[in-house]
Design a protein around this ligand. Structure first.
Ligand code: MN
Length: 252
């Protein structure tokens, strides 16, 4: 498709000692709220020119899927990933799961895909690349330990998707901007950073491990270079009406 056409791999990239790494999350494909189609070309263009693209979770949304059946959503998700990986063979895709794509039938597919695609690796909770950690970010929902996160995620594995009425109500909330944050954002940023860092320290990925940057999604609230305890936190937002969204170039 457009990968080859939009490729911006240049000599600068090839001579650079550091691999170019990009991060994107929270596309929420299959949900009626997703405006992923507006960024499809941009995402593929980036993948075509990058050494690595980290997909940071909630790329697919099995919980709010509008597909005819749950099976169809899983088939389409696998197709979306396979197409991207096949069309951009020079890019390695690191797929970190979010709560909305933590869905057992999809996890089974992911194993299958990873076996067949040399440039795809998936992770249930986080990916560590050099001095950067990439994680979905659902660890910020409350004070969370690794065990609590595992338990919360387990509840998502076999969740049924939401019905049409729930979907319509959610859409109404979005058109009225009710989904936008009401809390004081400066305070929220600090809480988010503190919770993520606490979790990362618990799993041995904190500052002592050489951590410098954290890339995450989930909150749908874009933030760049937010400094907390010497670590920089970045969030690309989400392609949903009324929210900011961007593909982030990551430092590893
Ligand atoms: Mn999420």
């Amino acid at each position: 498709m457009y990968c080859g056409l939009l490729s911006f791999r240049t000599n600068i990239y090839q001579q650079s000692p550091m691999p170019s790494t990009f991060f994107v999350s929270d596309l929420h494909l299959f949900s009626s709220r997703s405006q992923e189609h507006r960024y499809q070309e941009a995402i593929r263009g980036v993948a075509a020119g990058a050494d690595r693209l980290v997909l940071g979770g909630d790329i697919f949304d099995f919980r709010w899927s509008t597909m005819a059946s749950p099976e169809e959503a899983v088939v389409r998700a696998a197709h979306w990933l396979r197409e991207l990986a096949v069309e951009c063979p020079a890019c390695h895709f690191h797929f970190v799961l979010g709560n909305h794509d933590y869905h057992q039938p999809f996890l089974d597919r992911l194993d299958h895909l990873q076996e067949r695609l040399a440039n795809l690796t998936w992770y249930p909770f986080f990916a560590r690349l050099g001095t950067a950690v990439f994680l979905h970010g659902d660890v910020v929902d409350r004070r969370m330990t690794a065990r609590k996160l595992l338990n919360r995620r387990a509840a998502w594995l076999h969740k049924q998707r939401r019905g049409q009425m729930a979907n319509r109500l959610y859409d109404l909330a979005i058109s009225g901007n009710l989904h936008r944050p009401v809390v004081h954002w400066a305070r929220r940023k600090k809480t988010v950073a503190r919770r993520i860092l606490k979790y990362l320290e618990e799993i041995g990925q904190g500052p002592a491990s050489g951590l410098r940057n954290v890339y995450f999604g989930h909150t749908h609230l874009a933030m760049a270079d937010y400094l907390y305890q010497g670590i920089r936190f970045h969030n690309g937002g989400a392609p949903i009406k009324g929210l900011r969204f961007r593909i982030i170039e990551a430092e590893t």
